[in-house]
Design a binder for this molecule. Structure first.
Ligand SMILES: Nc1ncnc2c1ncn2[C@@H]1O[C@H](COP(=O)(O)OP(=O)(O)O)[C@@H](O)[C@H]1O
Ligand SMILES: [Mg+2]
Length: 235
């Protein structure tokens, strides 16, 4: 199975979600072998993975691949190879305002396309102008892809009810774009933990002695697991 985090606008939570969904208990229980596949030339996750290696963090069934090639056929071949040795691929796609090659590619190949998006006018306008036309084109040639596109409400306020946010997105999205039954709320924990090559789960373990930080991390983990469960349910 291939899932992709896609959103032409930058800074909406794609890489953070790709990173943590791959390591979630839910996904690791459901799939024997998982790979995070980064397509972003900025190499955000590649650098993080390097820090993981340097600091000796190992996770048995989660691997990482950076794809730097930009030829469609070659990337397809690389993904086919990865699918032979992995049950679950998580694509981290760059934010792209021009060309949008990776966005188009990922929307076409993924079984499930997850679109992290804030309840903000800027995100909504960017989505409508840049991503929606791509999705519409794909749907014209492949009617089956009608069930493949899901918004993940991101950077939501922790105190706003999930159901209200989901209803908000139902109200503004066309009927062929769905909303995941989970939200990714704003949390300072995401700004800090990956500097040492940790993932969220390892970070939580490392701050166990600090009650406040540990509670924060545990809340974030619960939320990641809920998102992972919602994703697995769609498979
Ligand atoms: N839920 C969150 N709450 C607060 N900050 C977040 C959250 N998710 C990600 N961030 C931070 O926001 C920035 C952008 O996130 P990132 O995942 O890199 O977005 P994208 O890949 O869409 O550009 C990063 O600095 C990241 O640490
Ligand atoms: Mg990114």
């Amino acid at each position: 199975m291939i899932i992709a985090f896609v959103q032409t606008k930058g800074g909406t939570g794609k890489s953070t979600l790709a990173q943590n969904i791959a390591f979630s208990r839910t996904v690791r229980k459901a799939f024997g072998s998982i790979s995070i596949v980064e397509m972003d030339p900025q190499k955000t996750l590649h650098k993080w993975w390097q820090r993981r290696q340097d600091n000796g963090h190992r996770t048995t069934n989660v691997s990482f691949t950076h794809i730097s090639r930009t030829e469609k056929d070659i990337i397809l071949q690389e993904l086919e190879e990865l699918e032979k040795s992995n049950d679950f691929l998580v694509l981290d796609v760059p934010g792209e305002s021009i060309s949008k090659f990776h966005t188009q590619f990922a929307c076409a190949v993924a079984d499930l396309v997850l679109i992290p998006m804030r309840t903000s006018t800027h995100d909504e306008e960017a989505f409508e102008d840049n991503l929606l036309p791509i999705i519409k084109r794909i749907m014209e040639v492949d009617r089956e892809s009608r069930n493949a596109f899901y918004v993940v409400p991101s950077f939501t306020h922790p105190l706003v009810k999930r159901q209200n946010i989901i209803e908000y997105f139902h109200g503004i999205l066309p009927d062929y774009i769905h909303c995941l039954n989970a939200t990714f709320s704003f949390g300072t924990v995401f700004e800090n933990y990956s500097r040492s090559g940790n993932n969220l789960f390892e970070y939580a373990d490392s701050v166990k002695a600090n009650r406040k930080l540990y509670e924060q991390a545990k809340k974030a983990i619960n939320e990641i697991e809920t998102i992972a469960e919602a994703i697995i349910t769609l498979r």
